[in-house]
Design a protein around this ligand. Structure first.
Ligand code: NDP
Length: 295
């Protein structure tokens, strides 16, 4: 017996189709503005993909590419202009920013109603207060995949491994919103394997390659591996490959369902960003959020 492989790529594709259907039903096209500072190759690829999928789902994509030497005031002025622009529904500043730019200061400038990454203090506050708002993308993707596997998550014990602002903390709050009993584990947690073995849903978001072993997993648990780690390839010397925070193959034999890396949580992030752009447009323009976006 082996657990189900959770196909995040297929789920994300289906979600993008749902976003496209939602867009068709709106009175006008939502617009996502993406700001890229500098020439980091990985960021360039992310931004290109975001623009491609934004257009593919029927929305408008605005790209603002600024040189690496851009000073903070110039960047903040751009964010403020986008805040004021009535045509712009979502603003995303691609992270990391080049050295010398304070990302906290820049992110803080994004209007919370356009904060499609869900990273501002206002968005974090709305999440923790249980108020409507834009939720962070990767953690939302985790909840979607878990619900797709398990249905109602009420009463399930969810252990989130990691407490970062970007992933761990919002993931814990989002699973709490689903009425899970939530444990947040981190680098000071005592007897991590025993804590993980309590989990009906285990969400490692640590950034340590294959740290979670199969005997940390409760038989039948749903494992949502957020980790993306680049390691040397054993098969192809000199090459690298991506692995998660979970030792996948042995863990799949124990888990009820498990996300692979790559192809699990990763593809969900952009799909959830597109969904957030539609939600942002609806909230700001007083339209009903199309039910096709429910999960
Ligand atoms: P951070 O480094 O910000 O946080 C890591 C967390 O893991 C911290 O809370 C830390 O605990 C905890 N931790 C580190 N080592 C251990 C350990 N040995 N035992 C227990 N806990 C530990 O990482 P992020 O949250 O930003 O990202 C986590 C992973 O998710 C990374 O691999 C990243 O690449 C991936 N990721 C994937 C995304 C996607 O799929 N699209 C998006 C974002 C991230 P403490 O707080 O105590 O130091």
């Amino acid at each position: 017996m082996s657990g189900t492989k959770i196909d995040g790529k297929a789920y994300a594709e289906n979600l993008r189709h749902r976003v496209a259907d939602a867009v068709k039903s709106l009175p006008s096209q939502p617009t996502l503005a993406v700001v890229l500072v500098g020439e980091d190759p990985a960021s360039q690829v992310y931004v290109a993909n975001k623009a491609k999928f934004t257009v593919e789902t029927g929305m408008r994509s605005l790209e603002h590419k600024l040189p690496a030497q851009t000073d903070e005031d110039t960047l903040i002025r751009l964010v403020r202009t986008l805040n004021e622009d009535p045509e712009v529904d979502g603003i995303l500043v691609q992270l990391p920013l080049p050295k010398g730019l304070n990302s906290d200061r820049v992110i803080a400038e994004i209007h919370p109603d356009k904060d499609v990454d869900g990273l501002t203090e206002a968005s974090a506050g709305r999440l923790s207060l249980g108020k409507p708002g834009l939720r962070p993308c990767t953690p939302t993707g985790c909840v979607m995949l878990a619900k797709d596997q398990l249905g109602d998550l009420s009463g399930k014990h969810c252990v989130v491994l990691g407490r970062s602002i970007l992933v761990g903390k919002p993931a814990a709050l989002l699973f709490l919103e689903q009425n899970c009993t939530v444990t947040i584990a981190h680098s000071r947690t005592k007897d991590l394997p025993a804590v993980c073995r309590e989990a009906d849903i285990l969400v490692p978001a640590v950034g340590r390659p294959q740290m979670v072993q199969s005997d940390w997993i409760k038989p039948g648990a749903c494992v949502i591996d957020v980790g993306i780690n680049r390691v040397d390839s054993l098969k192809n010397p000199g090459k690298t490959r991506l692995v998660g925070d979970v030792n996948y193959l042995p863990s799949k034999k124990i888990a009820g369902s498990i996300t692979p890396v790559p192809g699990g949580v990763g593809p969900m992030t952009i799909a959830c960003l597109l969904r957030n752009t539609v939600i942002a447009a609806c909230m700001r323009r007083d339209w009903d959020v199309p039910s096709v976006l429910d999960f």
